[in-house]
Every structure is written in C-alpha cells, then in structure tokens.
Write a protein that binds this ligand. Structure first.
Ligand code: ADP
Length: 771
C-alpha cells in the first residue's frame, strides 16, 4: 500500500503524537482510578465494621451469659470514641435491649451469622452473640459512611487534577521534545538546501554529542570539504585558463617561427637549386657540345660518364626541389590535353634500353581501350612513372618489369585509368610498405645497403598522384616482387583510339621466348578482339605445330620471335616458317639489343620489343601509321636547320653560360650578340635588329622580367614584336608564370637542352605575331 505523502512537518506530527499519548494516559487515569478508590474505601469500611462487630460480640458473651447489663455497657464503651461508629445495640434472645442505643424494638429476621446491611449512607452489621450453651443475643452495629464518601469524592477530584497535569505535562514534553529533535533536523535541512543552491559556507550549530550532534558534525565536515574542493577547482580553473593562454601564446609564437623557418627553408632550397642549376647548365651544356665534336674513344667514354653523372645529379636536385615544393605546399599541376601514347613510347624507349643491358625484360602493356588523348599534367605523370619504373629496375635483378595501363571501373562505379608497375624484384617487407611513402624512408636503411637513393622518390610520387586525384599504393612479397598501383579518373565518354583495328573473332598467335612480352602482347590482342594463343619458344616442334595449326585454317595474325627462330633447331624453324608463310599477316618480333637488331631496324612490319604502344598500333594498322607519319613534324634536325642564319640577342650575366650558349647557337648556325644584363640588352635592341632574344631572369642592374616589360611597352608604340624566350634556373611554375606575365613568349629551364631550345625557338618564330 502506498502511503500518501505527508505535507505536515515532523515537528507538528511529533507534538501531536506525544499529545495524543498523554491525553490517552490522562483520560485513562481519570476514568479508572476514582471508582476503584471508592470501591476500596467502602471495602475497608465494611471490613472494619465486621471486625469491630465480631470482636464486640465475642466480648459480650460473658455479660450476656450472666445478664450483666453494666458489663455489656462497659464493653460497648471501648468503641465509643470511634468517629465512624454511629451506635451499637445489644439485644438478648428475648429481643430486649441489654445495652447501647435503641435501634430496634425487635429484629424481624435475626441473622444466623454476621450480616452486613446497607441503609443509605449507613452500614449495619448484625452479628450473633454465641455462648457455650448456644445463642445469647444479637449485636447491631451501625457505621456512618459519610466520612469515607467524602474522602472518596476528594480523591476523585485529586485524580482528575493529576490527569489534567499529566495531559499538560504531555503537551509541554511534546513541544520540548519535538523542538529538541526537529530543531537540528530543520537546521540541517535548511543548510542542505542552501548548499544545493551553491552556498557552501553554511554550517549547522549543535552542541550536544547525541546522534543529531554527530550528524550535524558530519554535515559541517562535508560542507567544509566541498567548499575546500570547490575553492581548489576554482583556483585550478583560474590557473588553467592562465596556463592555456600562456601555452597558446607560446604555441602561436612557435608556429610563427616554424612558418618563418619553413618559408626560409623553402626559399633557401629554391635559391640553392637556382645556384646549383646555373653551374650545372655549364657542365651539361659544355659536355653535350664537346660530345658533339670530334673525340677519341677514351675521351668520349669519359665525357659520357661526366654527362651521365651530371644527369643523375640534376635528377637529385630536381627531387630536392620538388620535395621542398611539396613541403611548402607549392607543388602545382598543370592541366592540358596530352598524348598518352607519346608519353608511354618515351618511357618504353628509356627503360627498354636500360633493361636490355641487364637480364631483365621490360614490358609496356597498354589496354587499347584506354583513350589516347588524356587531360592532365603529362610532365608530372611521366615523372611518377619514371620514378616507379626506375625503382622497379633498380630493385630487380632478373625477371621482368611491367608497366600495365588499363581502363577499369572503380568500386564506386566510376571509370579510371589504372597504372600498375609490377616487378619480380627483391620485394618490400610488409612493415615497410606504409613507411616507404614517407620522405627519406627506405626499406633498407642500413649503412651496408646495396642500393643507392635519397628516399624522396616515393614521397614525391605519392604526393603527385594524390594531387592528380589518385592514391599510390603497393602490394609486395619479399623475394617475389612488388606492384605499385594508382588510378586516375577518366571521362566515361572518352573513347578508345580509332586507329586500333577491330578483329572480332580473328585468330592470332604470339610465339616468343620472352614470357612477359608474350603475355602482354597476347593480352593486348585479345582486348582488341583476337582469339589469341601465347606460345613459348620452349615448346618442342610437334607441340608448336599442333598449337599453330588446329585445322581452322591459316592464322589471321602471327607474331613470332626472329631470334628464337634463328637459334632453334631445323624442325622447329621449319614449323614456324611454314606457319609464317601461311598466316594472313605475320609480324617478326625483335628485341632491343638483339645482335641483328640494328640491321632489322627499319624493315617494314616488324615489332621491336619492348613494344611501344604506337609501334604495336602501327604493325597492326600500317595504313593509319603511314598517315600519322606524314603528319608528324618531330624532326629536330630539320628544326635545327631552320635556325640557320638567325640573329640572336643573348642577355645573360654568367660567363660560363654565355660561352656555352654562344657555342651552342654557333653550332646551330646563329649569330649571337651578348648583353651582360637587361639594361645593356635594351640598348643593343635600340641599335640593332634581332630575330630572337634569349634572356636570363635573375641578373644584376636590370633583370630579364623588367627588360621584357620595357621592350613590350616600347613595342606598343611601334607595333613590332621581337620574340623573347626566358632562360631560367627557377624551375617553379610560379617563376615560369612570371616570365609569361612580363611579356615573354616562352621559357626554357636551365640547364639548357639543345632539343628544348631548338623547339622553343622554332615555336616562337612560327607563332603568329600578336597585336
Ligand atoms: P630511393 O631513392 O631510396 O629509391 P624511393 O622513395 O623511391 O627512394 O624509395 C624508397 C624505398 O622504397 C627504397 O629505398 C626501397 O627500399 C623501397 N622500394 C621502392 N620501390 C621498390 C621496389 N620496386 N622494390 C623493392 N623496394 C622498393
């Protein structure tokens, strides 16, 4: 049962309880005691009267026996002083009054034994007087009860007074007790409420050491502790705020310092790269020039080593510069339309030649469904591929290095181009697979490591790939090899190059002793629609014959390994020759570095391994290839010839670079006039006419940008336009942008490469003159 919540205070409830108990007690006393007292008083009176009557009756025996009236009277006199006795009558057997007061003339009913009769306020005791010979008479004793009744009435009043006193005392006690108990409890409750409102300085006064005193003491101790703790928390939070402010100020100062240091470091790296590039320009340029002249074998070999070393050094400098750009967040990509096949052809040429010197097979496996024209930064894409392929070649002693480019659908349903660089090299331990993408980290960082490197390549490549919107990842097994992969988004509507033939259902076979190339060629052909067999050169003659001739008529296409055919036994050669003769189209495969490679070059219809995408396309679709060849205008020698007789103004402060550029331009048939700085350049231009100006950017007195702006400002009046090409060691995109913004038509970066310079001059001369 749920008791309804009481709203009355403990004090009033306690008072009420005590008052009720006292009232009940008082009423009980008032009702119970007076009748009890009355009964007791009457009982005592009766007992006394009976006892007196019987004693008198006994003492009257003798006087009655001897009829001694006087003696009887004397006996009665013994009780004459008793206040309560109203009178005594002694009667003999003849009913005559012998002595005492005359109450009765005769008794109507004489008692047999002592008998008590009540007559109003008078008690009457009748007691027989018996002698030895029988009854002698009757004693009648009358007792007055008035006095006793008065006593009873007085006692009743007294009892009621006592009851009233008890009730009043109960009331007083109730008040006192409840005040004593509830006073401290209310004080505690008030204090607790105050504490709940957040006033922790409240205390409860209680001097007694009873339970309430101990409760109050405990409450006070608790309040003290809470107040103390709160004070500590407040102090702590005040200190904390102050500490946070100090720390924030320190951190922000540290961050500013770090930012300044970072900017200074980036600036330092950029300056250093500029300073290193300038002498590198001299070294590489002069080496290239000297190599182009007449040299004996040893001189040529030594200079080639100088050139290779300079190239390697330049690549390290480029890496450091790129890394400083990554660190400073200044690495930017351009977005232009580019020809993916040209890029892959170049990479294949480079690595094909490099791997041919080792026992290593290089393969470029392009999925023909990948569009030829892509949008992006071809230079940076090439840099990533060259870095990953360079690593693959560096860490692979034998087997293959494959660059696979495929059109894929991502798990999210988008279309992408996947670049996968796979090798059969030393592999990377699982624990290093994540760390190698961090700067300076190498899987083998021991001092005894076998392979050189700065540990920057993957860090830069992975940054470049993420700027391109992809993620560079690796899967590797130690001792088996590694595959680095990244995917770049592709417009789903982009179509494959129309110059690929379609060969739905046609039959093709690839017979080749190089397994990776064979597999890649077969895969490419089957993606174009051929039903393709890839056949190892290790097959014996009957197996080869069975594989090539399965009764379905001649093959539509046969790609066969020329060197394998030459080296094989007569039976095998015969089988293959017969298949070549029968096939509708047969394509001899040669390998870079094969002995007869040189003599086979140029013979129509052959495919040199590693197969470049455009070469494969050309052998599969010779007509399209011929059309493309007519369109191609990449004859550097032809361009160089076109520069003959040009008048060039070279504005350059560095004497080594002056010499190099003059020699280079002289070789190209140009006449060169040199100015040491921009101001001198302006003066020479005002006096003579030049076909093209090559200008350094950073120079004393007047820099190249200021000079260009002045020239363009002057031309605004005359309507002329002299082509200006910036030659800058600053390789940052922003530096190049500044060149174009100042009015230059193009720029080439130092160190100057002959091809690049020729291409730039040709391009600016061919460009229509602007307004
Ligand atoms: P490094 O200049 O040292 O080659 P990278 O950043 O290009 O710097 O590579 C970092 C490290 O990753 C290498 O030192 C090598 O330990 C490991 N690594 C990269 N590519 C390969 C690979 N194809 N096979 C095995 N290890 C590799």
């Amino acid at each position: 049962m749920i008791r309804p919540a009481s709203t009355a205070s403990i004090r009033s409830r306690l008072t009420l309880a005590i008052l009720t108990v006292s009232l009940v007690g008082a009423v009980s006393i008032a009702l119970y005691f007076p009748p009890q007292l009355a009964r007791l008083a009457r009982g005592a009176l009766v007992s006394k009267a009976v006892a007196v009557a019987e004693v008198l009756a006994y003492n009257l025996t003798a006087p009655l026996e001897f009829h001694d009236g006087r003696g009887a009277a004397e006996t009665l006199a013994s009780v004459a002083d008793d206040l309560d006795i109203a009178g005594v009558q002694v009667l003999d057997n003849a009913q005559r009054t012998v002595a005492g007061t005359h109450f009765y003339d005769a008794l109507e009913r004489p008692p047999l034994a002592t008998e008590v009769r009540e007559r109003g306020a008078v008690l009457e005791v009748l007691s027989p007087i018996d002698g030895p010979g029988g009854r002698l008479g009757i004693l009648v004793l009358r007792v007055d009860a008035t006095r006793v009744q008065r006593d009873v009435a007085r006692n009743r009043s007294l009892t009621w007074l006592v009851s009233l006193a008890v009730a009043l005392m109960g009331l007083a006690t109730g008040r006192v007790v409840s005040r004593r108990i509830t006073g401290p409890v209310s004080a505690l409750s008030d204090a607790a409420e105050a504490m709940a409102e957040g006033r922790f300085d409240v205390r409860v006064n209680h001097v007694d050491s009873d339970e309430l005193g101990r409760l109050a003491g405990a409450f006070n101790a608790m309040a003290h502790n809470v107040q103390q703790a709160r004070r500590e928390v407040e102090d702590y939070s005040r200190n904390l705020e102050a500490m946070v402010e100090i720390r924030t100020a320190e951190l922000s100062a540290a961050k500013d310092a770090a930012d300044r240091a970072n900017r200074a470091k980036s600036q330092f790296l950029a300056n250093m790269s500029h300073e290193i590039r300038t002498p590198m320009n001299g070294i590489m340029g002069m080496t290239e020039l000297t190599l182009a002249g007449k040299l004996d074998v040893e001189q040529r070999r030594n200079l080639t080593i100088v050139k290779d070393s300079a190239e390697a050094l330049l690549s390290i400098i480029n890496d450091i510069l790129d890394f400083s750009k990554v660190e400073a967040g200044r690495l930017e990509l351009e977005r232009i339309e580019f020809d993916l096949y040209t890029l892959l052809d170049g990479v294949t040429d480079t690595f094909g030649l490099e791997t041919a010197r080792q026992d290593l097979e290089f393969v470029c496996n392009l999925d023909p469904r990948v569009p030829r024209q892509l949008a992006g930064d071809p230079g940076r894409l090439r840099q990533v591929l060259v870095n990953l392929l360079g690593n693959a070649v560096k860490f692979t002693a034998s087997g293959h290095v494959e660059l696979a480019v495929a059109r894929v659908r991502t798990p999210a349903g988008a279309t992408a181009v996947r670049f996968a660089i796979n090798d059969t090299g030393i592999g990377i331990p699982a624990e290093s697979c994540q760390t190698i993408f961090g700067a300076f980290s190498q899987a083998d960082a021991s001092t005894t490591r076998k392979y050189g490197g700065t540990g920057l390549g993957l860090a830069i490549s992975s940054q470049l790939v993420s700027l391109m919107g992809g993620t560079l990842s690796v899967q590797s097994t130690v001792g088996e090899g590694s595959t680095f992969t990244f995917e770049l988004a592709l417009d789903p509507a982009a179509e494959r190059d129309p110059h690929w033939p379609t060969a739905a259902g046609a039959r093709a076979a690839v017979v080749c002793r190089h397994p990776a190339s064979r597999r890649a060629l077969a895969a490419q052909l089957s993606r174009l629609g051929w039903a393709t067999d890839d056949l190892s050169a290790d097959l014996d003659a009957p197996s080869l014959e069975a594989a090539l001739d399965d009764g379905d008529g001649p093959l539509d296409l046969l790609l066969y390994d020329v060197a394998a055919m030459r080296l094989a036994g007569p039976a095998w050669r015969k089988v293959l020759q017969a298949a070549v003769a029968r096939a509708r189209q047969s394509v001899p495969l040669t390998m870079i570095g094969d002995q007869d490679d040189e003599q086979d070059q140029g013979s129509d219809g052959q495919l040199r391994l590693p197969a470049k995408p455009s070469s494969l396309q050309a052998v599969l679709n010779p007509e399209a290839a011929r059309a493309a060849a007519v369109k191609a205008t990449t004859d550097p020698a032809g361009d160089a010839r076109a520069l003959h007789g040009l008048r060039v103004l070279l504005v350059e402060d560095n004497p080594v670079n002056q010499t190099f550029a003059r020699l280079l331009l002289a070789k190209l048939g140009c006449t060169t006039t040199i100015a040491d700085h921009g101001a001198e350049g302006l003066e020479l231009l005002s006096r003579a006419t030049f076909d093209v100006v090559l200008s350094d950017v950073q120079m004393p007195i007047m820099d190249g940008l200021t000079m260009t702006s002045r020239i363009r400002a002057d031309e605004a009046g005359t309507g002329g336009h002299v082509p200006i090409i910036g030659v800058t060691a600053h390789a940052l995109q922003a530096d190049r942008d500044r060149c174009l913004a100042s009015g230059m038509d193009a720029y080439v970066s130092k160190p100057i490469r002959v091809q690049e310079l020729v291409a730039a001059i040709t391009a600016v001369l061919a460009a229509p003159v602007g307004p």
